[in-house]
Ligand binder design. Structure first.
Ligand SMILES: NC(=O)c1ccc[n+]([C@@H]2O[C@H](COP(=O)([O-])OP(=O)(O)OC[C@H]3O[C@@H](n4cnc5c(N)ncnc54)[C@H](O)[C@@H]3O)[C@@H](O)[C@H]2O)c1
Length: 263
C-alpha cells in the first residue's frame, strides 16, 4: 500500500544566505565564482582593485535578483583589506566565506624573465599582491570568523607551481606560498570551525578578448581531457569548498586542469 505520508522537497541552494567575499571578483575566473555562488543562494562581495568592474559585476547580480556589494580594494594594502572586511560586516552582518582569487595574473600583467634578469621590484610587486594579499585578507576576516566559530576560506594557487613553469619565478613562488599559507592556516583555524582549502587551476581561458585562442589550445595535448579550460570548470569545486559538504576537509589543494598533473 502506498504511504499516505507526503515527502516535501524544498529547493534550496547549497550556499543559501552565506556571505562570501571574492577578491578579484570583477572579471575572469573570480567573476565566474561570483555567478556560481549567487546561483546557489549566496550574498556576495565583489572586491577588486578595479572598482568600476566590481560595481558592474555587483550591479549585474542585483539586476538578477541577488544581493551584492562592490568594494574597491588593493589586497596588498593592510588598511584596505581591513576596510573590505568592515564594509562586508556593515552591509551583511557577517562573513562566511573568503576566496583569495585576486592576483597579478592576466589582466594585471607580470614581466616574464629568467631569475637573474627579473627586476627585484617586479619580484616584490607580484609577491605583494599574490601572497601578501591572501595573507592580509585572511588576517582581516579571521577575527570575525573565529568569534563565530565558522568560516570557509579558499585560496587560489596555480598549476604552474607543480610544473615549475620557467620565466615567471615570482608568480610560481607566490602560488607555492599560497599553498603553504593554506596548510598552516588550516591547522591554526580548524579548532575554530574554519576550513582552509586551495584550488590550483590550469591554464584557463579567462581573457579570450586579448589572448588568441591558440594560446589556450596549445595546452590541450597535455591534458587527459582534451579541451580548453574555461572559468566555469573551477566553479563546482569552489561551491563545494564553500558548502557544508566540505566541512571535514581542510588544508587540501585540488588541481583542476583537465588532468595535466595527476597525483
Ligand atoms: N587564467 C589562468 O590561466 C589561471 C591559471 C592558474 C591560476 N590562475 C589564478 O586564478 C586567479 C584568477 O585568475 P584570472 O585568470 O581570472 O585573472 P584575471 O587577471 O583575469 O583576474 C584577476 C582579478 O584580480 C584583480 N586584481 C589584480 N590585482 C589586484 C589587487 N592588488 N587587489 C585586488 N584585486 C586585484 C584584477 O583586477 C582582476 O579582476 C588568480 O589568482 C590566478 O593567479 C589563473
Amino acid at each position: 500500500m502506498a504511504s499516505a505520508r507526503r515527502v516535501w522537497t524544498i529547493a534550496v541552494g547549497r550556499l543559501d544566505d552565506r556571505v562570501i567575499i571574492v577578491t578579484g571578483g570583477a572579471a575572469g575566473i573570480g567573476r565566474a565564482y561570483i555567478t556560481g555562488f549567487v546561483a546557489e543562494g549566496a550574498k556576495v562581495v565583489v572586491a577588486d582593485i578595479d572598482g568600476e568592474g566590481a560595481a558592474t559585476a555587483a550591479a549585474e547580480v542585483v539586476a538578477g535578483g541577488g544581493e551584492a556589494l562592490a568594494v574597491t580594494v588593493d589586497v596588498s594594502d593592510v588598511g584596505q583589506t581591513e576596510a573590505m572586511a568592515k564594509a562586508t560586516l556593515d552591509r551583511f552582518g557577517r562573513i562566511d566565506g573568503l576566496v583569495n582569487n585576486a592576483a597579478i595574473a592576466i589582466r594585471v600583467k607580470h614581466v616574464n624573465a629568467p631569475v637573474e634578469e627579473l627586476p627585484v621590484e617586479e619580484w616584490d610587486r607580484v609577491i605583494a599582491v599574490n601572497l601578501r594579499g591572501p595573507f592580509l585578507c585572511c588576517r582581516a576576516v579571521l577575527p570575525h570568523m573565529k568569534s563565530r566559530g565558522y568560516g570557509k576560506i579558499i585560496n587560489i594557487a596555480s598549476g604552474t607551481f607543480f610544473k615549475g613553469t620557467p620565466f615567471i619565478s615570482n608568480y610560481v613562488a607566490s602560488k607555492g606560498g599560497v599553498i603553504g599559507l593554506t596548510r598552516t592556516l588550516a591547522r591554526e583555524a580548524g579548532k575554530s570551525g574554519i576550513t582552509v582549502n586551495c584550488i590550483a587551476p590550469g591554464l584557463t581561458a579567462s581573457e579570450t578578448e586579448e589572448m588568441p585562442a591558440s594560446h589556450y589550445e596549445a595546452r590541450v595535448p597535455d591534458r587527459a581531457i582534451k579541451r580548453v579550460e574555461v572559468p566555469e570548470d573551477l566553479v563546482g569545486a569552489a561551491i563545494f569548498f564553500m558548502s557544508k559538504d566540505s566541512d571535514f576537509m581542510t588544508g587540501q589543494t585540488i588541481i583542476i586542469d583537465g588532468g595535466v598533473a595527476i597525483n
